[in-house]
Ligand binder design. Structure first.
Ligand code: BGC
Length: 373
């Protein structure tokens, strides 16, 4: 009886959580906030770097959205440097920020700043990248990061001809030689991307349809510190020299981010691969140089993540927290930051190739046709 009641009780709680997750409405009350006192409050927005345009668009859009609601914004970029970001967040707290929106450089390096934030009643929203190891992360908004990896690997298999456009196995036998790249080990997203991709590639690796020529398949072997294009380019050059020097060709490269894809393609062309017949190279972020490369038939695919939606969600969450509402979430199970499961609002990523870039990127107003000329 006792056990049964417990089970039923758990089910009710689970149902309630699911309903909250699916409701998509913004209930009142849970966040202790005084809307009058928070009118025109300062919000700190910490972005990781300007080397990739996506973060510039993210930062600009969050700032514009918050300012439209009458908030003041301190927007900072950290140059991919951990101490710089730590200092920027400390300064935001000193200046009296009431909410911090943080896209971290290193998701584990901010614990003492977040302790300070919590002691001052400042709410923290992790933006795109989860902050790990601190219970003072109130909300998270991101794209479905595991799915990004699944989509990258699926498009790699499709480009190789192992899957057709509907994702159906074509029966192609290969073996196709591929190489794997992953993102920065200090970015929580990087393992989600890699795990999603590897789960998708595994059946084909097991069957021998695809082969990792270098044998380097572990996350730490293939990770790219700081998401640096030069690091990826150098590793691709080393792989070509060590594994592909005797006539063997690379057929495909799993690349998790457009900046790395550009470096990888440059290593390949530098080693004599023709731009007219490059290996299948994936990517992420729909950065303009990569979309142009896709249109030119060089990079095969990218993953489009509409940063306007993500920025809009961060603005809504911030406003909710400052006006005493509970932000809506749609995922309460995926993002465990090692101290808690952080309530998350997830968006869906979209694969972009030469076939659909017009519908995905131009028709949606993300870019103009002129941007891609
Ligand atoms: C983001 C990706 C981006 C990468 C490098 C990740 O955290 O989710 O969109 O490509 O960082 O900036």
């Amino acid at each position: 009886m006792q056990i049964k009641r417990l089970v039923v009780g758990t089910a009710v709680v689970a149902l309630a959580l699911t309903m909250t997750a699916c409701a998509g409405t913004r209930g009142g009350g849970a966040a202790a906030a005084d809307p009058a006192a928070n009118k025109g409050a300062l919000v700190g927005v910490a972005m990781p770097t300007k080397t990739s345009t996506r973060w510039i668009h993210d930062g600009d859009a969050v700032k514009a959205g918050l300012e439209k609601l009458g908030y003041k914004v301190d927007l900072e970029y950290a140059d991919d440097d951990i101490p710089t970001q730590v200092q920027q967040i400390s300064n935001m707290l000193t200046k009296g920020a009431k909410v911090l929106v943080i896209a971290s450089v290193d998701g584990t390096a901010l614990s003492s700043q977040l302790d300070e934030a919590a002691s001052k009643g400042v709410k923290v929203i992790a933006y795109d990248r989860l902050i790990n190891g601190s219970k003072h992360v109130d909300y998270y908004t991101t794209f479905d990061n595991y799915k990004v990896g699944v989509q990258q690997a699926t498009s790699l298999l499709e480009g190789l001809g192992v899957l057709d456009k509907n994702g159906t196995d074509t029966g192609a036998k290969g073996p196709f030689n591929i190489e794997l790249f992953a993102g920065s080990p200090d970015d929580n997203n990087a393992t989600f991307f890699f795990n999603g991709a590897m789960a998708t590639l595994k059946p084909y690796l097991d069957k021998g349809v695809i082969k990792v020529g270098s044998g380097q398949t572990g996350f730490t072997q293939v990770a790219t510190q700081g998401w640096q294009a030069d690091v990826a380019k150098k590793r691709m050059q080393d792989l070509i020299a060590s594994t592909y020097s005797s006539g063997k060709k690379v057929d495909g490269v799993l690349s998790p981010y457009d900046g790395l894809s550009i470096g990888i393609i440059s290593a390949l062309t530098g080693a004599g691969y023709s731009t007219a017949k490059l290996p299948i190279v994936t990517g992420q972020d729909a950065e303009i140089p990569s979309v142009k490369s896709i249109i030119a038939g060089q990079q095969y695919s990218t993953i489009y993540k509409d940063t306007r939606k993500l920025a809009g969600e961060a603005v809504t969450m911030t406003n909710d927290l400052l006006t005493g509402k509970t932000p809506a979430v749609n995922d309460t199970k995926s993002y465990d930051n090692k101290t808690k499961i952080v309530p998350t609002f997830l968006f869906q990523p979209v694969v972009v190739t030469k076939d659909n870039y017009t519908q995905a990127l131009i028709d949606t107003g993300y870019y103009t046709a002129a941007d891609l000329k």
